[in-house]
Write a protein that binds this ligand. Structure first.
Ligand code: LUZ
Ligand code: MOS
Length: 749
């Protein structure tokens, strides 16, 4: 079933913040940002900006009535820098002017008096200098030190991954409107309306009940709007409060690429010990996360890295060290996968190195070590309903992995220049926010007297189809056709204290809450019907807008029942709250059950490399994915394919380049993402009989897990390269761009 947004998207009538008509008297805002990665900020001279036509105000930290502090997990980030700037693109002031262009001219005219300081850009250097965002963490299971002696083979190496630009189609945007009594209404392109509300209130010196944040939909987010829509919304709100006029702040693409956080680059050292048959005995890994200049979500992202360091495998003895390192780059932030992809890449690199040394195939080692029912993760949780082996075996069987591998070996033996490679990529991803508190959601449902229904939740529609899923839940729970139900905009006025729509859990949490609220109303309506039809409550049900008794139509229809309930003064509205049961984590012991359940699957990826040029194509990717019982199969297939392609981009062509703290890949001409022509043939299969009692209507979260299938492409490419250069060992430094492939093939001669 399709998304309720579908028709509007196709017709081009779906509205985003930038499509909203300008309120009367509206101003535009643009940030003044730091040109230096690290400097003492001695003065801001705003006089040249104030002298320009159209400029209404230049606001700095001195104009903030509340706190100049936007940090979430750790309060270490100023809205406007005061004494020191810490990265290029850091806001120091905001210029408010009559037009978009005048605001930007004003921002450019401000003169900053800066005294340069030494800057650090490398995570390992930052760690060595003691520049950590939080204390480092270690998960430890089994006895790693003793286990090395039991290993037949021990391999070591280094594996690095670069960052990734979100490149959501809609850039960061906000529209703030001052209302009576000091109230501020903010439209924000955020995944986290409550965070925007909380921090706007903090900065503006208002109670939260005077700040409303509303979202219709986002034009993509991918984590980039979980924390980092906030500063722009707060600046717009501050400007609206100070000037008394509505203020719009929309970043252009270049500003968005320079001034907002991206996926964290990681650098890692690994050590993996195995038996001769490929069984993994021990794994030790050090992960250095490049957090950038402020915490943002980095500690939570580091935690998800820790939890996913052993991938889809059972490792009896493991020690995982992780450090979040402060550098003078933009604060890196949430991005689909949230630290898990970076850690899983290292595990796959270690397996690749072991396969190379042992003369085994990578897929043999993978298959041997997949999670079985009841296996324990390094964080102490035991895996339940593990579908790691089932999905791997189904993928290997359905897609005949052995035949693919043989065919490729034969191809490579008979072709000198064009080489092929294949890889399997198993995924296991934990579902729930690792911070247990965030695993709650609310819903508010109104049934109107004509039988039409409005459903409000805290979920943000960002193109991922969460509204289609909530609609499916509401329709089933009420027993009315989807056409009668509208999923409302998300606003802090109807649903309070929301968690970000993130962690793949939007439909799980908000769908559950919506289901509870709808069932409460449906039960009241069944009571009304029981009286009216003189039939016991338990024998009645409502389906497709008709009241049934023992499954047979009674002749009583939804609209009439609703009106009847109204005349009997029955409440036709319900609010419900859902909190995921059973999850907990103890950071002291680093043990717990942080996830409600896990998502599993396996991809088989095939590539071809032109070994004269280093160029490559991804030919085909086939996946078997554990999607539970889907609430919206077309949506899930889209997420499966889209996640994969985004992962392929991260591994092969999206090259985020910083030089002395400056993002050189800050335009669409210098940052390349996969396009239709670069997209392989994709085949996605969902596991049959995949129930999931841990989520709403037996469904499973889908957003993030498919991203990690893309990791496999790195190793498929590496195999093709090694087929040309069997004398060279694998290197693990993603993305594996054509330039890097060329250096691997020919750089040493
Ligand atoms: N956001 C968050 C996330 O705050 N906590 C998480 O565990 C998470 N996981 C994935 C994506 N976003
Ligand atoms: Mo997130 S990476 O906003 O789920």
């Amino acid at each position: 079933m399709s998304s309720p947004d579908l028709e509007a998207h196709v017709r081009g009538t779906s509205r985003y913040i930038d499509d909203m008509a300008d309120p009367a008297g509206m101003l535009h805002a643009a940030a003044v940002t730091s040109p230096s990665p690290h400097a003492e900020l001695r003065a801001i001279d705003a006089a040249p900006a104030r002298a320009l036509p159209g400029v209404v105000a230049v606001l700095t930290a001195a104009d903030i009535p509340g706190l100049n502090q936007i940090g979430g997990i750790i309060q270490d980030e100023e809205l406007f820098a005061t004494s020191t700037v810490h990265f290029i693109g850091q806001p120091v002031a905001v210029v408010v002017a009559e037009t978009f262009h005048q605001a930007r001219l004003g921002a450019r005219a401000c003169v900053l008096d800066l005294e340069e300081l030494t800057a650090i850009f490398d995570a390992r250097e930052a760690a060595a200098a003691g520049e950590l965002i939080t204390a480092s963490r270690t998960l430890d299971t089994g006895d790693v030190d003793a286990a090395w002696a039991d290993c037949d083979v021990v391999v070591e190496g280094r594996a690095d991954t670069a960052g990734q630009e979100h490149l959501y189609l809609e850039t960061q945007a906000a529209l703030a409107i001052p209302e009576e009594g000091g109230r501020i209404k903010v439209w924000s392109s955020t995944q986290a309306p409550t965070a925007v509300q909380r921090i706007t209130a903090r900065v503006l010196g208002l109670p939260m009940n005077l700040v409303e944040v509303e979202v219709t939909r986002l034009g993509g987010a991918f984590g980039g709007k979980e924390d980092q829509a906030t500063p722009w919304a707060v600046m717009a709100a501050l400007a609206a409060q100070r000037t008394g006029r509505p203020v719009r702040l929309t970043l252009n693409r270049h500003e968005d690429m320079v001034c907002t956080g991206k996926r964290h680059p990681y650098s890692s050292d690994f050590k993996l010990g195995l038996k001769n048959d490929g069984a993994i005995v021990a794994y030790e890994v050090h992960l250095w996360q490049n957090a950038g200049a402020a915490a943002d979500l980095s500690p939570a992202i580091l935690e998800r890295s820790l939890f996913h360091a052993t991938g889809a495998y059972f490792v009896p003895n493991a020690r995982i060290h992780a450090a979040s390192c402060r550098t003078n780059l933009i604060p890196f932030t949430a991005f689909r996968g949230f630290g898990a992809p970076q850690a899983m890449f290292v595990m796959e690199a270690a397996i690749d190195r072991a396969a190379e040394v042992m003369g085994l195939s990578r897929s043999e080692i993978q298959a041997k070590n997949l999670l079985s029912e009841g296996d324990e993760f390094p964080y102490g949780m035991r895996v339940k309903r593990s579908r790691a082996r089932r999905s791997f075996n189904e993928a290997a069987g359905r897609f005949d992995l052995a035949a693919v591998e043989n065919e490729i070996a034969e191809h490579n033996a008979t072709h000198a220049v064009v080489k092929r490679g294949a890889a399997a990529m198993p995924v296991c991803f934990g579902i729930s926010f690792t911070n247990a508190v965030l695993n709650q959601a609310g819903a508010l449902v109104h049934v109107y007297t004509d039988g039409s229904v409005n459903v409000s939740t805290g979920a943000i529609e960002m193109g991922q189809g969460v509204n289609a899923k909530i609609l499916a839940v509401a329709s089933a729970a009420l027993g009315v056709p989807r056409e009668r139900i509208r999923i409302e905009n998300t606003t802090t006025r109807t649903i309070a204290n929301t968690s970000p729509t993130a962690a793949s859990s939007g439909a799980d949490l908000n769908g559950s809450a919506a289901g509870l609220a709808c069932r409460a109303i449906a039960d009241r309506l069944r009571s009304v019907a029981a009286e009216r039809l003189d039939t016991p409550f338990d024998r009645l049900s409502i389906a497709d807008g008709v009241v049934l008794a023992d499954g047979e139509p009674t002749g009583l229809e939804w609209n009439e029942l609703v009106w009847n309930a109204y005349t009997k003064r029955v409440n036709l509205s319900a609010h419900a709250h859902y909190a995921t049961p059973g999850i907990w984590y103890d950071k002291e012991t680093e043990q717990g059950e942080p996830f409600a359940y896990h998502v599993f699957g396996t991809a088989i990826l095939e590539v071809t490399v032109d070994c004269l040029r280093g160029t490559s194509t991804v030919d085909r990717v086939r996946m078997v994915h554990d999607g539970g019982r889907s609430l919206a199969p077309a949506v899930d297939l889209g997420q499966l394919e889209g996640g994969l392609v985004q992962g392929l981009g991260w591994m092969t062509m999206e090259e985020l380049v910083f030089h002395q703290g400056r993002n050189l890949s800050d335009t669409l001409s210098t940052y390349k993402i996969p396009d239709l022509l670069g997209t392989p043939v994709i085949e996605g299969h969902f596991l049959d009989d995949a129930d999931n009692p841990k989520a709403v209507m037996q469904s499973k979260a889908i957003g993030e897990p498919p991203f990690m299938y893309g990791i496999g492409v790195y190793f498929a490419l590496l195999d093709a390269l090694r087929a040309f250069r069997p004398d060279r060992k694998g290197v693990y430094d993603a993305p594996l761009t054509p330039e890097k492939a060329l250096m691997f093939l020919h750089g040493d001669r």
